[in-house]
Design a protein around this ligand. Sequence first.
Ligand SMILES: Cc1cc2nc3c(=O)[nH]c(=O)nc-3n(C[C@H](O)[C@H](O)[C@H](O)COP(=O)(O)OP(=O)(O)OC[C@H]3O[C@@H](n4cnc5c(N)ncnc54)[C@H](O)[C@@H]3O)c2cc1C
Length: 284
Amino acid sequence: MIPAAFEYHRPSDLQAAIATLREFGDEARVVAGGHSLIPMMKLRMAAIAHLVDLSGIGELKGIRIDGTRVTIGATTTQHELIADKALGRTAPILREAALQIADPQVRYMGTVGGNVANGDPGNDMPALMQCLDATYTLVGPDGSREVKARDFYESAYMTARADDEILTAIRFTAEGGGYAYEKQKRKIGDYATAAAAVSLRKDGGSCSAAAIAMTNLSDVPVFAEAAGKALLGTSCTAADIGRAVEAALSVIEPTADNRGPVEFKRHVAGIIVRRAIERAWSRA
Ligand SMILES: Cc1cc2nc3c(=O)[nH]c(=O)nc-3n(C[C@H](O)[C@H](O)[C@H](O)COP(=O)(O)OP(=O)(O)OC[C@H]3O[C@@H](n4cnc5c(N)ncnc54)[C@H](O)[C@@H]3O)c2cc1C
């Protein structure tokens, strides 16, 4: 399929990109790796008159680690996340999750910023960023602001980002402890039927902190606050984990599609959340 004609812009700095978005308003959209947007354009589900390519903007690239503070530039690719050894030591859950996204070809092009800004409930990085309590930096004509990943998603493809804002970076503090990103998919390269990110800490045999978030089980990523709380102070026995799984399942709203009916998705979600907690606990 061939997309409708569009004009291509490749600014070399952020302000020029924002100015182009402003100039063309609704008709303009940024493109990063293009592996979500271009397929939509080819299918004629999106018609964009002006594409603003972010790949020439140096300040959007790269991973910086300062102690436990991690900053990831928006146009860092999923492949670069996987390959970064320091990031793998500081926040290994990112590597674990990124390796489960699509296939190497997609990961060479797809960016972290595109994955979290897209607003597709099937994208894996949004729930991961909610689990890590990450903050997104958005820059627009009126300056810069920070929005927590847990507050960013409003409904499918609708986020707190204004049309003329660019997501420039993702920041979080790596807490250490146990982690897991578990994903059930029909085949390599597929989006999740259900996936869960878990991060927790073990102090003296009991759970002192826990965060749980889920992918593709609602029209937004789901941060299951009560599920994390259910583990606090416990030693994560099967019964404790059962209570956390129940709390997680109480906040999802899966819909039937070609990955299965609602009952099946709830069943898979329960298994995936349980496995993610068990693995995170075993690593804590
Ligand atoms: C075959 C296939 C399988 C896939 N499987 C998975 C999967 O299992 N899991 C998964 O998570 N993803 C999957 N993807 C999606 C892939 O990871 C995308 O690359 C990613 O979601 C979007 O990143 P991108 O850089 O390609 O964004 P683009 O396609 O360039 O952009 C996506 C959207 O985000 C906006 N955007 C991009 N960057 C920014 C920014 N910095 N600021 C503001 N807005 C921005 C664009 O305007 C656009 O609306 C798959 C894609 C393909 C083609």
